[in-house]
Design a protein around this ligand. Structure first.
Ligand code: NAD
Length: 512
């Protein structure tokens, strides 16, 4: 156990066989089988988790409904105090949880730690927010009347998360939802269920210490079928789902069909425009980090570089040279830059994408391929590759969740922006330029159409203080900072008449 995984698992409460259904501290036995979680780092079985069945799901929802009646009446700043303690509990287990995330999902240990830090940060943010759930007051048009709005919690929030941020996405949703007065039911990705079990243990302890009822934060485990329990359930007014656009369309239809609310965080196809006025050191660092970080498995990964033709050759040469120095290997070993893909299905998609884009006319500048031999036994390690391509190619229009970077040229900024926007997705975007006119044009209404638009930093690595999300096929949802909390509450407009008459609208008069 070179990296101390076994002891970390033990401290996180993970055993060989874990229950996967829990209402807080109460872990429920189900009639379902156990799902094995295998590490893409070494292909080993880490541990098993029991799937949730319909019957146990019903128990979870009933408990959540009960808990909501209590939790919504706890004053928001007191709810914030509980979240503050969750943040502290996360600080205590940061290295263990970071290690589990790295081992179960395959991102580097540093990135695993970064993910847990994001959880801590969102707790801090939510604590402050718990005293700032502001509504507006308005001047009534009627004399002797007062009008204002208030924000009430919405009820049960269903959280469906993706494998690539197996713990942070839960906290972005649940910590904000909790201070808002909601209760949460989380279905983590079936590709990283142990990260979910570990988080449940962490939060359960805090809830118990505060004598809070079961049902405030629950866990269910399974694949899309268990996700569908949430999306079809009228008792779950809000479903926040993170994952592929394919999944988002299905969840949106199911939730929309019952006129529920969905908050969707789906795929991206993010580009960096490198202008002739760019600081190329910054541009290349930003592009490299965005393209190969998390082995290209971030929703904000850089997938396209749109480069001014006057600097194209230089950028290309420097990138090819930087790719040549990348060290691929076990994500827990800090000397490696690039870890594995999540599983062999993802490897197959990566290979198919390269084959297809080449058949469309793409030219490999840095070849891809699957690594074999010692250290690569899991079959999940691939080489980050660079392909010269055109924006209209089918594969370029599509998000392949792997380290494939497409290079293309432009000569006029308007064309570069049209290319940047000319994909179905609209998550993150960036321009590298020291020219103020170019930067401001890129950020203007005629510029990037994405939810995130950056200048002189790459497409990945958003801060929790801003609202996170994107347009078009990325789903339109916003999570995390700014006023994203409003999605987790319902707005109520209140008018109070303190006068001694009741003026009716449109001057209507009744004889009474
Ligand atoms: P995925 O769509 O395969 O699965 C995501 C989650 O949805 C899983 O928990 C899965 O069980 C569930 N699910 C799948 N089909 C469902 C259905 N019909 N009903 C209910 N639930 C269902 O995605 P993945 O492979 O885990 O993650 C990668 C994708 O996630 C990429 O497209 C990436 O861009 C996206 N992502 C987006 C963001 C964002 O914030 N925009 C963040 C992280 C990941």
């Amino acid at each position: 156990d070179q990296f101390g995984i076994k002891s970390a698992l033990k401290r996180l409460g993970i055993t060989e066989e874990n229950k996967g259904t829990c209402t807080g501290n109460n872990w429920i036995e189900t009639k379902e089988t156990f799902l094995g979680s295998f590490s893409p780092a070494d292909g080993e079985l880490i541990a098993k988790v029991q799937l949730t069945d319909k019957q146990s799901y019903e128990l979870v929802v009933k408990q959540a409904q009960e808990a909501y009646k209590h939790w919504r009446n706890v004053p928001a700043p007191q709810r914030g105090e509980v979240v503050r303690q969750i943040g502290n509990a996360l600080r205590e287990v940061k290295s263990d949880l970071g290690k589990l995330v790295s081992y179960e999902m395959g991102k580097s240990y540093q990135e695993g730690l970064g993910e847990v830090q994001e959880m801590i940060d969102i707790c801090d943010f939510a604590v402050g927010l718990s005293r700032q759930l502001y509504g507006l007051t308005m001047h009534s048009e009627r004399p002797g009347h007062r009008m204002y709005e208030q924000w009430h919690p919405i009820g049960i929030v269903g959280i469906i998360s993706a494998f690539n941020f197996p713990v942070a996405v839960w906290s972005w949703n649940s910590m904000i939802a909790m201070v808002c007065g909601d209760v949460c039911i989380w279905k983590p990705s079936e590709k990283a269920p142990l990260s979910g079990v570990a988080c449940q243990h962490i939060i359960a302890k805090v809830l118990k210490e505060n004598n809070l009822p079961e049902g405030i934060s629950s866990l269910i485990v399974g694949d899309y079928k268990v996700g569908e329990y949430l999306s079809h359930d009228t008792r779950v007014p809000l479903v926040s789902a993170t994952g592929s656009t394919r999944m988002g369309k299905l969840v949106a239809q199911a939730v929309g069909g019952r006129l529920g609310r969905s908050l969707l965080e789906l795929g991206g196809n993010n580009a960096i425009i490198i202008s002739e006025n760019a600081d190329l050191d910054i541009a290349i660092r930003g592009a490299l980090f965005g393209a190969v970080g998390t082995a290209g498995q971030r929703c904000t990964s850089t997938r396209r570089l749109i480069i001014h033709d006057s600097v194209y050759e230089e950028v290309k040469t420097r990138l090819v040279s930087a790719y040549g120095k990348l060290v691929i290997g076990n994500p827990l070993d800090e000397k490696n830059h690039v870890g594995p893909l999540i599983d062999t299905d993802a490897v197959k998609m990566y290979q198919d994408a390269i084959t297809k884009v080449k058949s469309e006319g793409g030219k490999e500048l840095v070849s891809g391929g699957v690594l074999e031999g010692k250290g690569f036994e899991s079959g999940c390690y691939v080489k980050p590759c660079i392909i010269e391509a055109e924006n209209h190619f089918e594969m370029v229009q599509h998000e392949t969740f792997a380290p494939i970077l497409y290079l293309m040229k432009y000569s006029k900024l308007e064309d570069a922006i049209a290319m940047q926007n000319g994909v179905p997705q609209g998550l993150s975007s960036a321009i590298m330029t020291l020219n103020m006119r170019e930067a401001e044009f890129f950020l203007s209404v005629s510029g990037s159409d994405c939810g995130i638009a950056n200048v002189n930093i790459g497409t990945s690595g958003a801060e929790i203080g801003g609202a996170f999300g994107g347009e078009k096929e990325t789903g339109g949802g916003r999570e995390s900072g700014s006023d994203a909390w409003k999605a987790y509450m319902r707005r109520q407009t209140n008018t109070i008449n303190y006068s001694d008459s009741l003026p009716l609208a449109q001057g209507i008069k009744f004889d009474i």
